[in-house]
Design a protein around this ligand. Structure first.
Ligand code: HXC
Length: 257
């Protein structure tokens, strides 16, 4: 059904999307991004899926936007192409989204990984924003999300001087959650997904939403937003089940309602 991605359900509750343009180091062309948006929208509406892992292959998560698509383009072409529509499906994906990154994670690839909620990296992963070498700059959130993750000084160096971060540096600077041997990066991401998949889906969704709001709101607004989501969960059957299961010393059975 898809030509540029592979969509799988490796185990109950977990969706897996593999970027699949290996000859182009998974460069993110329009066709790939549009398939990715479609797959995410389907997983978003699928009650069986609680968490999704997004990955590439061992050599590359993604080496950026497809540079070939930039040739001969002027600002009006770019504006009219409405190319960021597909990226919105990633940004607004309501369920936990884990990037499993190995090899090159550059430009739009790094921006895509940073749009995910957590990043598990292989020790061979390399993170960077090399757009400056093309006479352009990051355009899918790099100048906003990278400094929030690693701080201004490192973000400046990565974006202005094309400094590449090793997996260990990315871990040290708070860009990624885990670094594991290359042969284990996908398994580690799935292990994290498995842990999350055992949690109540509505609480996951509202907690994720509140964490993301912390980047956009003042503390007072964010606290209010959090409180509203907290109250909202008291309307869920899962809250009744979770509290009852604790008091009855048994495992809860989540319904996602
Ligand atoms: C199109 C790409 C590509 C890309 C690699 N390829 N990256 N094609 N767009 N971003 C292609 C190469 O042309 C080559 O095709 C094949 O993939 C293998 O790549 P090589 O360069 O031969 O591999 P290697 O020598 O290992 O070098 C790896 C690399 C290098 C360091 C990652 O490929 C590289 O610098 N790529 C560009 C990285 C980049 O500038 N990214 C930012 C893009 S702009 P052939 O046909 O020769 O085999 C961007 C803006 C985002 O992301 C804005 C928001 C949308």
């Amino acid at each position: 059904m898809y030509e540029n991605i592979i969509v799988e359900r490796p185990e109950p509750k977990i969706g897996l999307i593999r970027l699949n343009r290996p000859k182009r180091l998974n460069a993110l062309n329009r066709a790939l991004m549009s398939e990715l948006a479609q797959a995410l929208n389907e997983f978003a509406q699928d009650d069986e899926i609680v968490v999704v892992v997004l990955t590439g292959d061992e050599r590359a998560f993604a080496a950026g936007a497809d540079i070939g698509e930039f040739q001969g383009k002027n600002p009006v072409d770019m504006l009219k192409s409405y190319r960021f529509k597909e990226w919105e499906a990633v940004r607004t994906f309501p369920k936990p989204l884990i990037a499993a990154v190995s090899g090159w994670c550059l430009g739009g690839g790094n921006e895509l990984a940073m749009m995910c909620d957590m990043i598990v990296a292989s020790e061979s992963a390399v993170f960077g924003q090399p757009e400056i070498n093309l006479g352009i700059m990051p355009g899918a959130g790099g100048t906003q999300r990278l400094p929030r993750a690693v701080g201004k000084a490192i973000a400046m160096e990565v974006i202005l001087a094309d400094r590449r971060l090793t997996a260990q540096e990315a871990l040290q600077w708070g860009l990624v959650n885990h670094v594991v041997p290359t042969e284990l990066y996908l398994e580690k991401a799935l292990e994290l997904a498995r842990q999350i998949a055992q949690k109540p889906p509505l609480a996951l969704q509202l907690a994720k939403e509140a964490i993301l709001k912390s980047y956009e709101m003042s503390l007072a607004e964010g606290l209010e937003y959090e409180r509203h989501n907290f109250y909202l969960l008291f309307a869920s059957e899962d809250k009744d089940e979770g509290v009852a299961a604790f008091l009855e010393k048994r495992k809860p059975e989540w319904k996602g309602r």
